[in-house]
Design a protein around this ligand. Structure first.
Ligand SMILES: Cc1ncc(C[n+]2csc(CCOP(=O)(O)OP(=O)(O)O)c2C)c(N)n1
Ligand SMILES: [Mg+2]
Length: 527
């Protein structure tokens, strides 16, 4: 794929690698050309996507003399790669390339090959047939550790399971475990695709973008089993529970919160060995309470997924329509910011759908480029980008790539005229929002000029038909939807400090003559 901005290539390559599990490569020219990948590759690396960047370098003889376009890539890319080295001679080319690919695939991350132009111009001599070897051993803890874990779980009264992306491929084992222990299963946002579907024990996510049920399950349990998850926000771990952690990466054990037992293992293989050691429980009271809270939380969310006051379009309503009309095996991407929250909360996992988000890196502008990469990798699947107006305008030029490369992605723009997510953060901190307004063009007309099928929607009653037409459009298509700016992303448990912050914002906004804003914010978001 020939992109306009190299950052787009970094995102796109990562999305392709995540979707296929195969190695994906991108390449750029000297100096700024290969520097521009940095944010896209940070994102891909933090998604553990096997990607190789071939970074062209100025000719070897000039390196170290501040030659035009000289950039020391090794220093720059070290922090977002599992391998970063220069091919110093033609004789090194095959061997180093094989080792870069092997590192990307087996350590899961970005590998950078720096290639001076004198080396790339030379012929590689015949040499030994170095090749890539990737093995996938099955790893589970020893019997003694499994027995210790069983002892802790068998002694628990209110057991909760918290699953992360390590649960990929282990859906049935997680559900069987939950059934055996009568334990609610909360999941990280990265694990949505692997845990949410066909799971009567699911209680959703915890954390700032989770819901009250997931939060409650973790906080009220007396025994917590962490499965392949490395959730970073420490305030969402319980202080008074016995915690057991199973993870394939030993560096994850106990790094977010102290744990009683931490063991290395694949989730699937470990659960297969663990479940026969457990005493099935009969008492469903904790599970029932958490599941009821989950249903209640979803009813609350659904209430927002409707037409708003005066025909305003709640972003949740758009997300729910996309959920309804998207294919059962669609691939979704969403920009960090509020589109990601609407996707996680309102677009259902099916077991065949896939979501690609910027979760650890949390960068803007990821969604459209990741959609380009995903659609290239899976041309027969629907690929839908939930973009912010801020996010999409950052890399707007690469809408042209969708046309030039004939990549029929579908983009829904949540156009709230603001950097909404940071505006909310400012309000929660009691700050008056400043520099968050976005004065936007009519994005539908911009996209049409580029060659997209595009429509702008300002009225809620037009939205459903517009979503249907946009998804059915054969080529690249963009829906520019003017959404309600005042929609708050409510955390599962509104901290006192945050309520105080919002109150403070209210006082400041009234003093600044923005009483209308405050009325809207409060009446729209607090039931
Ligand atoms: C590259 C980058 N710049 C800034 C931020 C901080 N940030 C996070 S979300 C956000 C606002 C996103 O705005 P938009 O794409 O319009 O989505 P919205 O939240 O308004 O729906 C900003 C500025 C970031 N995460 N990444
Ligand atoms: Mg916005």
């Amino acid at each position: 794929m020939h992109v306009r901005h190299e950052e787009v290539a970094g995102f796109a390559a990562g999305a392709e690698a995540m979707l296929t599990g195969d190695l994906t490569a991108c390449a750029g020219s000297c100096g700024p050309g290969s520097l521009h990948f940095i944010n896209g590759l940070f994102e891909s690396h933090r998604n553990r996507a096997p990607v190789v960047l071939i970074a062209s370098q100025i000719t070897s003889d000039e390196i170290g003399f501040n030659f035009p376009q000289e950039v020391d890539y090794a220093r720059i890319y070290k922090s977002c790669s599992v391998f970063c080295d220069e091919i110093r001679t033609p004789a090194q080319a095959r061997r180093k390339t094989a080792m870069a690919a092997q590192a990307a695939l087996s350590k899961r991350g970005v590998a950078v090959l720096i290639l001076p132009i004198d080396v790339s111009k030379a012929h590689a001599p015949d040499g030994p047939a170095f090749a890539v070897h990737v093995s996938q051993p099955v790893i589970h803890p020893c019997d003694a550790d499994l027995d210790r874990i069983a002892e802790v779980l068998n002694a628990g009264a209110r057991i909760a399971i918290y699953g992360g992306s390590g649960c990929q491929g282990a859906h049935d084992q997680v559900v069987a475990l939950a059934d055996c222990l009568k334990a609610p299963v909360a999941h990280t946002s990265r694990a949505k695709d692997f845990i949410e579907y066909d799971n009567p024990f699911n209680v959703g996510m915890t954390g700032v973008i989770g819901t009250a049920a997931g939060y409650h399950a973790l906080m009220a349990c007396d025994t917590l089993l962490l499965l392949g998850c490395d959730f970073a926000w420490r305030q969402f771990y319980p202080d008074h529970a016995r915690i057991v952690q199973i993870d394939i990466d030993p560096t994850h054990l106990g790094r977010r919160h102290p744990v009683e037992i931490g063991v290395v293992g694949d989730v699937r293989a470990t659960l297969e060995a663990l479940i026969p050691r457990l005493t099935p429980r009969q008492d469903t009271s904790f599970l029932d309470d958490c599941v009821k809270r989950h249903e209640d939380a979803f009813r609350m969310l659904d209430k927002r997924a409707t037409v708003g006051r005066g025909g305003a379009i709640h972003p949740q309503y758009l997300a729910q329509l996309i959920d309804h009309y998207a294919a059962d095996d669609a691939v979704f991407t969403a920009d960090a910011g509020s589109p990601m929250v609407w996707l996680l909360r309102h677009v259902r996992a099916t077991g065949r759908r896939r979501t690609i988000l910027s979760l650890t890196h949390g960068t803007m502008a990821n969604a459209m480029p990741q959609a380009l990469g995903a659609k290239k990798a899976a041309p027969n699947r629907q690929v839908i980008s939930l973009s912010g107006d801020g996010g999409l305008s950052m890399l707007l030029g690469d809408l042209i790539t969708a046309i030039q490369e004939k990549i029929p992605i579908k983009i829904a723009m949540f156009n709230n005229g603001s950097l909404g997510f940071v505006e909310l953060e400012m309000k929660v901190e009691g700050l008056l929002n400043a520099y968050t307004d976005l004065e936007n063009p009519d994005f539908a007309r911009v996209a049409q000029a580029i060659g997209f099928y595009a429509q702008r929607v300002e009225r809620a009653e037009e939205l459903e038909a517009a979503v249907r037409d946009w998804i059915a459009a054969p080529g690249p298509a963009l829906l520019d939807v003017v959404t309600d700016r005042m929609e708050l992303v409510m955390p599962p448990k509104v901290e006192l400090a945050q309520v105080f912050g919002t109150a403070l914002y209210s006082a400041k906004a009234v003093l600044a003559g923005r009483a209308g804003d405050v009325w809207e914010l409060v009446t729209d978001n607090f039931p």
